[in-house]
Design a protein around this ligand. Sequence first.
Ligand code: PLP
Length: 452
Amino acid sequence: NVITNHMPTDELQRLDAAHHMHPFTDGADLAKTGARVITGADGVTLTDSNGHKILDAMSGLWCVNIGYGRRELAEAASRQMMELPYYNTFFQTTHVPAIALASKLAELAPRDLNHVFYAGGGSEANDTNIRLVRHYWMQKGQPERNIIISRKNAYHGSTLGGGSLGGMSGMQTQGVPVIPGIHHIDQPDWWSEGGDMSPHDFGLERARQLEKAIEELGAHRVAAFIAEPVQGAGGVIVPPDSYWPEIQRICDEHGILLIADEVICGFGRTGHWFGSQHYDIRPHIMTIAKGLSSGYAPIGGSLVCDEVAEVVNGAGDFNHGYTYSGHPVACAVALENLRILEEEKIIDRVAAETAPYLAEKWQGLTDHPLVGEAKIVGMMGSIALTPHKDSRAAFAAEAGTVGLHCRTRCFANGLVMRHVGDRMIIAPPLVITKDEIDTLIERAVTSLDETY
Ligand code: PLP
C-alpha cells in the first residue's frame, strides 16, 4: 500500500500512532487524539490533511525564516544531489559547498568568528562546543578549567550534552542526569521571578549570579558561559536591558569564553543577522542551526573565533565529527537561503517595517484581561497569561493548563501559536506581511477570548 496525502486523515493518524514515535509527545495521548497531518505549505500558511489553512506563527520549530515554498532551495538541493550528493569532510577532504558556506558565514558573522565546525543541527553543535572549549583550555595548559555555566530554563538541545547544558528539568529526568562539569544559574525572567525588584535591578542581580558562581567555583575552573541571547523554547524570555552588558563585563573580567546559542536568534529572528548584534554581545563561539537553512535541510554548526580555532587547529587531531558535518546538499541549501535573505533584504525589512508593526500590535494584547506582560524582539514574542495582572499571579490550575487550552483554541482558529506553561509564544516567518500580522493578531484575540 502506498501512503499518500490523499489517504483519509484517520487512516494516516492510525499508521502514524502505530509506527512513529514522536519527540516531546505523550504517545498514549497522541494515539487517542491523532496527530495533525500537515500536507503542504506556502509562505506563512500550512495546509493540513483536512484542507484547513493555518497561519504558522512558529515558523515550524522557529526555523522557516524565509517562509515555505521557495523553489530556489529545492532547485539548489536538486542540483547538488546530481553533482555530488554526499562526501565527507573528515580525513583531509572537503568540497565546494562546505567551503562556500564557511566563507559566507565568516563574512556574515560578527567580530572574528571566521571558522565553522559543521553539525547536523543545534544539539550536535552544542555537543561540539563542550568538546571545543574543554580541549581549548587543556591546550592552554589549564585542564582544570572545564566547567561550563548555563542557565535554568535554557534550551540547548536534546543530545546528552545539549540536554545537560540546557536547564529544563524535564530534560534531566527519565534516567539521564546532567553530565559532570555543568553548573546552572537562574534565568532573567522578571515576570515570573522578579518579585518586587525593578526589571533593571533584577537584570543586574541575575547577571551577577554568574559572577557569584565564578567566585564560588573558582575562576580558574570555569571554561565558558553559554546562553541564548533571548531564551526561546523557555518561553521567549526577553532579558531586562541591564542583563547582557553586565554578563559581558563579567565574562571579560574573568577571562571566560562566551558561547551565544543563536540557534533561534540567528539569521534575522531579532531583526539583526544575529541576536548577539541586537544585544551587543561579543561571543567567542556561536551555535547556529534552524534559520541557517530556513529548515529546508538539516544543518547546524559552531562559529568559532580566531583565537579558539587557532589553538584547536594547532593541537593535532580534534577527535570529533559527524558523518553529516558539512553535508553538501545541506550546505548548498543553506547558501541559497542566505542568498535570499541577503538579496531580498528580508532582515532589513523586518527591522524597518514588519517588526515595529508587529511589536505595536503585540503590545496591544496587554489590553486583554488575560494578558499580563507582552514581550517582543524582532520576530519573536511572548505574552504571559495571568488571572491577576498587578500581582503577576499564576493560575490556580496546574501550570500550563490555561496555555494549552489557548493553544488548542488557536489551532481551531487557524493559527499555530505555542504555549510554554502559561506563556503563549510566536516566531513567525520573517517574510510575514502586515496583512498577515493583522490576521495573526485577530486570531490570537479570538482565541484569547475563547480561553478567558
Ligand atoms: N539551541 C537552541 C537555542 C534551540 O532552540 C534548539 C532547538 O530548539 C537547539 C539548540 C537544538 O537544536 P536542534 O533541535 O537542531 O538539535
